[in-house]
Design a protein around this ligand. Structure first.
Ligand code: IMP
Length: 429
């Protein structure tokens, strides 16, 4: 049976929530494999709105939901998100929810460091979500993290805490902050441990069993390929690998389990936080895209930067992530523009580039080369078949598909689940 891996192919916020919700309703298991509670997925089911940051989207419909080892887990946030959902009537128990016991924890000291660094960086700040994601991943690869399984051994944590605190105390001293209060940290961990441990297990084993039984697994990516720590606009990136390949390493299943890789692509471009953005529009058109697309961050409420569709970036994301097909979202936001533009290449120092260069200065200096197309006056909102779309909108989709060298699997035309044009079902093909 086919699995599906969903990833964002731009800078996140591509509208993954609706697509993931639709796929999750047909999956037997949903797995988060990277990131943490920096993600923001809004699900609308019936007349209820659910806001998820850490929990896999399947949780809302009772589908087996798994947090894989590639995620960094804030145990206090986990508790509050679960309690909030339970307050909305969602049933969460050890039958339908599991957390990898080898997940590194996000601790209050990570949040502190995230905030201190950002405050000190001034205009050079990354614009993080302030949730401690980066510092937690640093401690993971620095081999001094406290992991979920450690919560069952808190009385034997001294050596690990020595390593962790030695590192953080030195950094905190540099910011004029007091050393980590170890006693308070241990007390907080002791209090939260039983809550987290009830869900903790080697999830790779559970997934192996699920896979053997022929179940459909949905791997739910967070953020987007352009925020990938290797392939994104470094250093203005998140601290995890957001590409599809992480579905395997971040869950404990092999690469062959990824299945159909569905790249979610917005019909224009947005970005939250700092960093290069070649097609950004600082004018009325950018303002208009933001207003029509309700472009405000789900987690931080920040206004998103907006610009024209950048085919060079999306082509690169699709190649890097092995995207099988894309879901094109928010096409209706472009309704009514007299003309629309697509970036097809860059100019840099007298050269023409057909890719996004790696160096930060080059990324900041590339000038977009645009192709201008006639817009459409009719509406695409709510379209459910090609026949419902204005001819020019179809031309736009076809041109996008051609330029990114990846087929369109579906087009989403409103937040409603049914308002979708399905070309190829990721679970069936
Ligand atoms: P961090 O992940 O909090 O460290 O933030 C690093 C960068 O990734 C910042 O530019 C954030 O705005 C961006 N970012 C993190 N999570 C998301 C997301 O879910 N959507 C869009 N941008 C995100």
């Amino acid at each position: 049976m086919a699995n599906v891996t969903v990833i964002g192919a731009q800078w996140g916020d591509e509208g993954k929530g609706k697509i993931v919700d639709w796929l999750a309703s047909r999956a037997d298991a949903v797995v988060r494999f990277q990131g943490g509670h920096n993600a923001g997925h809004t699900l609308v089911v019936g007349n209820q709105v659910y806001k998820l940051s850490l929990l896999p989207s399947g949780i809302v419909t009772g589908t087996l939901s798994i947090i894989g080892n590639g995620v960094v887990l804030d145990p206090w946030h986990l508790k509050s998100e679960i309690e909030k959902l339970e307050g909305q009537g969602v049933v969460i128990n050890t039958e339908n929810f599991a957390v990898a016991d080898n997940c590194p924890l996000i601790l209050p000291l990570h949040r502190d460091l995230d905030g201190l660094r950002e405050a000190a960086a001034g205009s050079g700040k990354i614009g993080t979500t302030g949730r401690g994601i980066g510092p937690a991943y640093e401690d993971k690869v620095g081999r001094r993290a406290i992991r979920v399984c450690d919560l069952a051994h808190l009385d034997a944590l001294d050596a690990q805490l020595d390593r962790l605190c030695a590192h953080h105390d030195a950094l905190r001293a540099g910011f004029g902050q007091p050393a980590v209060d170890r006693a308070a940290l241990i007390a907080e961990l002791k209090e939260i441990a039983p809550f987290v441990l009830q869900y903790a297990q080697p999830v790779w084993k559970r997934l192996k069993k699920v896979r053997k039984a022929g179940a459909r697994i949905l791997f739910e990516g967070a953020q987007g390929v352009l925020l990938d720590v290797d392939h994104g606009t470094y250093p203005f990136v998140t601290s995890s690998n957001t590409v599809s390949g992480t579905a395997a390493s971040g869950s404990g299943l092999g690469p062959s389990s990824a299945g159909f890789v569905l790249g979610i692509v917005k019909a224009y471009t947005t970005r939250v936080g700092s960093g290069p953005f070649p097609t950004e529009l600082d004018d009325e058109t950018g303002q208009c895209l933001g207003e029509r697309g309700h472009e405000f961050g789900t987690v931080t409420g920040r206004k998103r930067r907006c610009g024209w569709f950048d085919a060079v970036l999306v082509r690169q994301s699709c190649a890097i992530s092995g995207v099988t097909g894309i879901a094109l979202t928010k096409l209706d936001v472009l309704d009514g523009f007299e003309t629309v533009k697509i970036c097809t290449g860059y100019r840099l120092g007298g050269k023409i580039l057909d890719y996004f260069p790696s160096h930060a200065a080059d990324q900041a200096n590339v000038e977009p080369i645009y192709e201008e197309m006639e817009g459409w006056s009719g509406t695409t909102a709510g379209a459910r078949s090609w026949a419902d779309l204005p001819a020019q909108a179809i031309k736009y989709i076809q041109r996008v598909q051609e330029l990114i060298e990846t087929p369109v699997a579906l087009v989403s035309t409103s937040p409603e689940r049914e308002d979708t044009i399905l070309v190829r079902d990721p679970f069936v093909d």
